[in-house]
Ligand binder design. Structure first.
Ligand code: GLU
Length: 431
């Protein structure tokens, strides 16, 4: 039985977190949700100097964007009275002691609280890495608090995990060396040992640890650059895990169903921007016309002037080659679709020969206004264009409608403009 599973994401709000950090949240979330367990967010703000409210706000914003809802939220600093209580208990029971120190550099204390190390071999079984043994003797009597009100990270983590009821500690491999120390503290306070799963590091393409310096962006920066949340979720879920099939594109629900913590790999997972872009295109393809329409009109407000028939034709064309939503912003800034709303200035040079334009207009005249759709327009002109030369017929038609060197094909543009506007624009270019 997997009843009552409790996992957590325990970020320190000391900077903007990147996908390598949030990958831990994704794995913990998927594991909790697939087992009907709880997922807890704990903001680890014990480092009071470096913890900043704006970083905490960014963590909440990022999790909300990803759709990773948590069942409980704690702030480590708010558990300070409990940390103190456990420190006092440990001192009373002889598991810790107040130690007189000789300060060597500025800021050093003359008194700290040290853990009374039983000097033994700690063995724990990691879900991903298997059995790990560590002789704690070399840790000596390590410091667990600078004073009763200033616990160090290890003490706070262990007390919090215990009092918040964690059953599974899923976190980055960089915390493996902390585990023996934390197990010793657990044993001293009588806490049950949770199950550990240390995730492989997320690496930059040069196989060094992923970091800001290596170009890792904050998650919200990916959002601002036009990536979908489902892209990042899917991408992060695959950093160190795969379902063992060729399948790669998954929704959150599918990930909850398929994810398998026991199948997480040991070797580092490489963060690859190209792959991320690929995932974004794949997830864009999964969106419905109405979802795409909402996104397009939100980023290019002018498009809201078009009716649903026009949008039905235009929106798929807009998204055809799109990799990120930021490209919509570029379209807006570049006035890419302005010609749909105002007749463009058309340079004679770009337009070229217009000797077939009159016949083109006559052929279009045969289509009724309510049947003026890309396929019908194409049918009406195609044979004529094939006979006279496609470029000679279609280029001037398209340029007369758009004024641009590059645009969607003239059938699509004509259909969006409608029969009347198309005729008006073409007639204006007759010699
Ligand atoms: N606060 C730690 C970090 O941000 C995580 C601690 C843990 O997961 O045990 O790296």
């Amino acid at each position: 039985m997997k009843a009552n599973i409790v996992t957590r994401f325990a970020p320190s709000p000391t900077g903007l977190l990147h996908a390598g950090n949030y990958r831990t949240a994704v794995f913990s979330y998927l594991f909790a949700r697939q087992n009907g367990g709880k997922f807890i967010l704990r903001i680890e703000d014990t480092d009071r100097e470096r913890s900043k409210p704006e970083y905490e706000a960014n963590i909440l914003e990022s999790l909300a964007w990803l759709g990773l809802d948590f069942d409980e939220k704690y702030r480590q600093s708010e558990n300070a009275p409990v940390h103190r209580e456990y420190l006092e208990k440990m001192i009373a029971s002889g598991h810790a002691y107040i130690s007189k120190e000789t300060p060597v550099k500025e800021g050093d204390r003359s008194e700290v609280i040290r853990f009374k190390n039983p000097n033994k071999v700690v063995t724990f079984s990691d879900l991903i890495r298997g059995e790990i043994s560590f002789d704690t003797t070399e840790l000596k009597d390590f410091v667990i608090a600078k004073s009763l009100d200033e616990p160090v990270f290890h003490l706070a983590v262990v007390v919090d995990d215990f009092t918040e009821g964690m059953t599974h500690i899923i976190r980055g491999e960089d915390h493996i060396s902390n585990t023996p120390r934390q197990i010793l503290i657990q044993e001293a306070i009588g806490a049950p040992r949770p199950i550990y799963a240390h995730l492989p590091l997320v690496l930059a393409p040069d196989r060094s640890k992923l970091s800001k310096r290596k170009g890792a962006l904050a998650l919200t920066e990916y959002r601002d650059r036009g990536y979908l949340p489902q892209t990042l979720l899917n991408f992060m879920a695959m950093l160190g895990w795969n379902p063992g099939t060729e399948e790669e594109v998954f929704t959150l629900d599918q990930l909850i169903e398929k994810f398998d913590l026991a199948k997480v790999q040991k070797s580092g997972a490489i963060f690859n921007d190209e792959k991320l872009l690929w995932y974004n295109r794949e997830h864009l393809k999964k969106l419905s016309l109405s979802e795409l329409t909402n996104i397009a009109t939100e980023r290019i407000p002018d498009l809201a002037q078009l009716n649903s028939n026009q949008l039905k034709i235009l929106v798929p064309v807009i998204f055809e080659r799109l990799s990120t939503l930021a490209e919509l912003d570029e379209m807006r800034e570049g006035g890419e679709w302005d010609y749909l709303f105002t007749a463009p200035a058309v340079s004679k040079e770009l337009l070229g020969e217009t000797k077939y334009l009159a016949e083109t207009i006559a052929l279009l005249e045969n289509i009724s206004a309510d049947k003026f759709v890309p396929e019908k327009i194409k049918d009406a002109i195609w044979d004529f264009a094939t006979e006279k030369g496609r470029k000679e017929v279609l280029w001037p038609m398209r340029v007369a409608l758009t004024g641009k060197e590059k645009s969607p094909d003239p059938f699509t543009v004509a259909a969006i403009l409608g029969k009347e506007e198309t005729k008006t624009r073409l007639l204006a270019k007759l010699d």
